[in-house]
Design a protein around this ligand. Structure first.
Ligand SMILES: Nc1ncnc2c1ncn2[C@@H]1O[C@H](COP(=O)(O)OP(=O)(O)O)[C@@H](O)[C@H]1O
Ligand SMILES: [Mg+2]
Length: 156
């Protein structure tokens, strides 16, 4: 019998990770888990690129704080909306996403990681996004990889 106590749901706030969170929520209920850890890793320069389109002179401390604040808020909203009525712990870390996800999974003795195949970059040609692929390779526990849904099929 599998006794699942802790599930980890890493999110980059993409639609794909919302879809993965729906699976995590259902599993958490069925397995009656103790806690669902919902983790966002801020890779600050990449986030700044996404927010501002570019930055050339280096971001100000104030701007970095603003990005941090926004990420924390998005994380709380994500958990409230996509993991409702569950014992959730939201975690905000900074660094390289896959490194922090793996480190956290080890530290907290996570029983299952639920992650989407793709994230913010979206579905391109690769089967997995780079974070998802590295998490599968290096995770200390089973990983449920939820395939991203393509919104539309464009005829070649
Ligand atoms: N910075 C991050 N923090 C937490 N989870 C992340 C982060 N980046 C990606 N992920 C997780 O990995 C999944 C796959 O994303 P990724 O491999 O980065 O694909 P893509 O190349 O399409 O962005 C996301 O849906 C999310 O669950
Ligand atoms: Mg990504």
């Amino acid at each position: 019998m599998i006794h699942l106590k802790r599930i980890l749901v890493p999110t980059d706030f993409s639609e794909h990770s919302e879809h993965a969170a729906a699976y995590a929520a259902e599993l958490a209920r069925r397995f009656d888990v103790e806690v669902v850890h919902c983790l966002h890793v801020s890779d600050i320069p990449a986030d700044l690129l996404a927010t501002s389109g570019y930055y050339m002179t280096g971001p100000s401390e104030q701007f970095i704080d603003q990005v941090r604040e926004e990420s924390r808020k998005s994380l709380d909203e994500f958990a409230k909306k996509h993991l409702p009525d569950l014992p959730v712990e939201t975690v905000f870390l900074e660094g390289r996403p896959f490194v922090e996800i793996i480190r956290y999974a080890r530290e907290k003795e996570i029983g299952l990681i639920v992650i989407a195949t793709h994230g913010r970059t979206g579905i391109q040609h690769a089967l997995f996004g780079s974070v998802a692929e590295k998490v599968v390779r290096k995770a200390p526990c089973p990983v449920l990889v939820v395939k991203a849904q393509e919104r539309e099929f464009v005829m070649p």
